[in-house]
Design a protein around this ligand. Structure first.
Ligand code: NAD
Length: 391
């Protein structure tokens, strides 16, 4: 994708370009490095001051993609090495732009010249507020400037989604009943250069949920997207043997928790006339499984709230949808595998994709549902389950 020329001009004039190629995992970014840049024939070029020894250069050549921040913009980009004649034009551009710099000579020297890189924007999906993006696998979204709230963000899909929103440029609140772990996750994101806030919140407590939304808005000024993901599993039990205490525990988190989150998020989004909510249901919201009545009832209920609230706001700028994960490789699924090995093995044999899903695959779906790419998708229950529910 070519650079919009006004962006290219802003980036080269401002001269505050930071590059952050992906780390080895291909999903998280390395530490941003400040670097000089020039434009030649509508393209953006940089040179590694320490030549091919530079760590960012090596990561850029290995991963071929990452992100830049410059002139107040955050862009997902690709990196390509530059060799040959073109370097002479790039030399001229450096001479012209940095003629008064004492670093001009090293920028033209062999060490930096052999580490010349072309930076090109990657195609991104725009988020609900006209900002947005995330990068997981081959897809990327741009949520720059958006404010995201994720519950159950200390672990599993919540953590992956909070990270994806942050990497896409959003300010993110990580809310979890496990406040210590949420704080550590937020600190890690901040260390990587993102804006993150941790809040200890039990979603079963409506007042705590109200305060979570209030604190988010106080910290970041608004609320654009929310992933109501916090949830707990329940051991398989025949309905005739099930306990009312377990029913109350599971529904207070998995169902009433989603209701409380939507209630307070919507009050804010209604005032803004803008926003996107994704509720976490499950394959358990779409089908029945013996022994799972309480959990499945709560997850079916999440879809009832999702559809009804989505209709209330369908003609406004606020969209509400749900994601229905299949069996996803998280601590929750690992816990089930440890305690209910046989039942999980049977369930796995019924997954047409013949593998567990990953948290990143759920994050991809959530970011899409929050992005402008899904602008006509309202009240939908999106199964991300390796084909389980279409058998
Ligand atoms: N893993 C799966 O296979 C799977 C499949 C379908 C749906 N789900 C749903 O996905 C969501 C996330 O699950 P996961 O697999 O990432 O689980 P996980 O156990 O890895 O993470 C859940 C997070 O929610 C938090 N949490 C629990 N109770 C809370 C409460 N009362 N208030 C706030 N936070 C609370 C936990 O502390 C934890 O950090 C849940 O709603 C779950 O029901 C999971």
């Amino acid at each position: 994708m070519p650079w919009p020329q006004d962006e290219l001009r802003r980036i080269t004039e401002q001269d505050d370009l930071h590059v952050a190629p992906f780390r080895e995992d291909g999903a998280t970014y390395g530490t941003p490095t400040w670097i000089w840049c020039v434009a030649v024939e509508g393209e953006l070029y940089v040179r590694a001051y320490n030549g091919r020894e530079s760590r960012w250069y090596q990561a850029a050549m290995q991963q071929k993609a990452g992100r830049i921040t410059a002139a107040g913009l955050t862009r997902e980009v690709t990196f390509e090495p530059v060799e040959g004649q073109l370097n002479e034009l790039i030399d001229d551009a450096y001479r012209e732009k940095y003629r008064d710099s004492r670093y001009l000579i090293p920028m033209l020297g062999a060490r930096a010249r052999t580490a010349t890189v072309k930076i090109t924007p990657r195609r991104t999906h725009t988020g609900s507020d006209g900002g947005p993006g995330m990068a997981q696998g081959s897809v990327s979204y741009d949520f720059t400037g958006a404010v995201a709230l994720v519950t159950g963000a200390a672990s599993g899909m919540g953590l992956a989604t909070a990270r994806a929103f942050a990497q896409a440029g959003a300010c993110v609140t990580l809310a979890d009943v496990d406040g210590d772990t949420a704080r550590k996750a937020a600190a890690q994101l901040k260390e990587e250069g993102h804006q993150a806030l941790a809040i200890a919140c039990d979603v079963a407590d409506e007042l705590a949920v109200r305060d979570m939304v209030t604190e988010t808005v106080a910290a970041f000024g608004r609320l654009d997207v929310a992933f109501n993901n916090a949830g707990v599993q329940s051991p398989a039990t025949d309905t005739a043997d099930s306990q009312s205490s377990e029913y109350d525990r599971v529904t207070s988190i998995n169902l009433r928790g989603v209701w409380a989150c939507m209630k307070h998020e919507l009050a804010q989004m209604r005032a803004q006339d803008r926003g996107a909510i994704v509720n976490c249901s499950s394959l358990g919201g779409l089908v029945g499984v013996p022994g799972r009545g309480v959990y499945h009832a709560a997850k079916h209920g999440v879809l009832g709230f999702t559809k009804s609230a989505a209709l209330e706001y369908a003609a406004t700028g606020v969209r509400i949808n749900a994601v229905c994960p299949g069996i996803i490789d998280t601590p929750m699924a690992a816990g089930m595998k440890a305690t209910e090995t046989e039942a999980m093995d049977t369930l796995m044999q019924e997954v047409p994709a013949r593998r567990l899903g990953s948290s990143a695959e759920i994050a991809n779906a959530v970011l899409w549902l929050c992005s402008s790419g899904s602008s006509y998708v309202i009240g939908h229950a999106l199964a991300v389950d390796g084909g389980y529910t279409v058998r």
